[in-house]
Design a protein around this ligand. Sequence first.
Ligand SMILES: [Ca+2]
Ligand SMILES: [Ca+2]
Ligand SMILES: [Ca+2]
Ligand SMILES: [Ca+2]
Length: 374
Amino acid sequence: MCEVKPRTVLHKIFQQKDKLIPLTREAFDGKLSSEILFLYGVIYKKALKTMKRVKNLLLLPIAVGFVFIMTGISQAAPYAVLINGGYDTYNNNIAFYNDLSTIYGTLITDYGYLEDNVYVLNSDGLNSANDRNTVTNFHPPPWIYSYDSSPFDLDGNGSNDVDYAATKGDIQTVFSTLATQMTSQDSLFVWTTDHGGSQGGTDTGLWLWESSYITDAAFAVEVNKITNYAYEIFSFQQCYGGGFIDNLTGSNRVLMSAASAYESAWFYVNEYCEYNYEFNNAVSGLGGDVNGDGYVSMLEAYNYVLLNDDFANGTYASPYIEHPQYWDGSGIGDMVTLNGTLDTFDPIPEPGTMILIGSLAAGLFGAAAVRKRQ
Ligand SMILES: [Ca+2]
Ligand SMILES: [Ca+2]
Ligand SMILES: [Ca+2]
Ligand SMILES: [Ca+2]
């Protein structure tokens, strides 16, 4: 029978915690609870035996401390839906794929999402036909267009991560599935990129694969199939994305977009969409953790975007301007992260007052160093 060294075991646990638990408490809660339960059981039993043997009462507070930790552990799971509509092979600039693979990696690596809980809908899905434009040769023009098929493995670990095509039918399938999967303990992160459209006013939409289109209202119908959730976070990159906000206001939701309902959003051709890029910088690696508490709340992420988005912080003049939007009617934006809530989070059952931050601007057109998104 081997000797028990409780302190060594404890040290191992905290090493594991540092390695596997990135940014949030819920990642810790959901991902490691089974391991901690097991190790706790080992420690508790061994500690009791050791105490009996060596009468070392110092172990008692350690055991009690773990009982305390266990009471805070829940089985909440984070889910995500990531959509790159693409429109068609010519318009599906590789920047959109770059954004998709980047945020996917952040969810898996930094926030501990399970691969099965991240639904990826990318342009033509698992079709090996060409679907994206890897345009090159910017300086000097003319740009050279070349095409390939989006890799299905977003994070380069050898396993395919794309699940569906970005079609209305597949969006319906995914939200119907989530409606049956999610519990009132779980969170959802919905992220979109690609070109957007407007029917006028705040009636807008997202272009999908093969020139198909989903309106803000139709998108909300799909999202609202999910009635069980702790909180939901939305991030819309496409032009006129702010037009989705009035359709999706609801309890314990935080909504963000690159642009208002009335303007274009912008991207760097062959690189990334600027809002997506800065949003990812905010939520990965604690980049946006302004108050230094070890978590990036959605309010912190939004404020980070406002400061760093080149098209929102004064780097460029009109028409290369976008006004990122933020809605937080339940007042939870400073308490929720992409995976997990802070101690002060207390779900509010009814939506509060709609708050739109950021001014509205008319859509303007043009292209120079950047290329307008349709
Ligand atoms: Ca393809
Ligand atoms: Ca993969
Ligand atoms: Ca709308
Ligand atoms: Ca923080």
